[in-house]
Write a protein of this length. Structure first.
Length: 59
């Protein structure tokens, strides 16, 4: 079974150097497991990103 990994910034398959650098400064926008757009909330103390299928991430 092949597991597809999607970019958390642009949603495209695989990992991208430019997106990895940007992700160091911003929260994920897409779920890496299913490519769904996530609900993202940014507050001064950090961020939360929620995928309806895979749950919530914090940072």
């Amino acid at each position: 079974m092949t597991v597809m990994v999607y970019c958390e910034r642009c949603g495209e398959p695989g990992r991208h150097d430019e997106c990895e650098r940007a992700r160091a400064l911003e929260p994920p926008r897409f779920c890496a497991k299913c490519r769904r757009r996530m609900k993202v909330q940014v507050v001064p103390a950090g961020w939360t990103a929620t995928c309806v299928e895979h749950g919530t991430m914090h940072g």
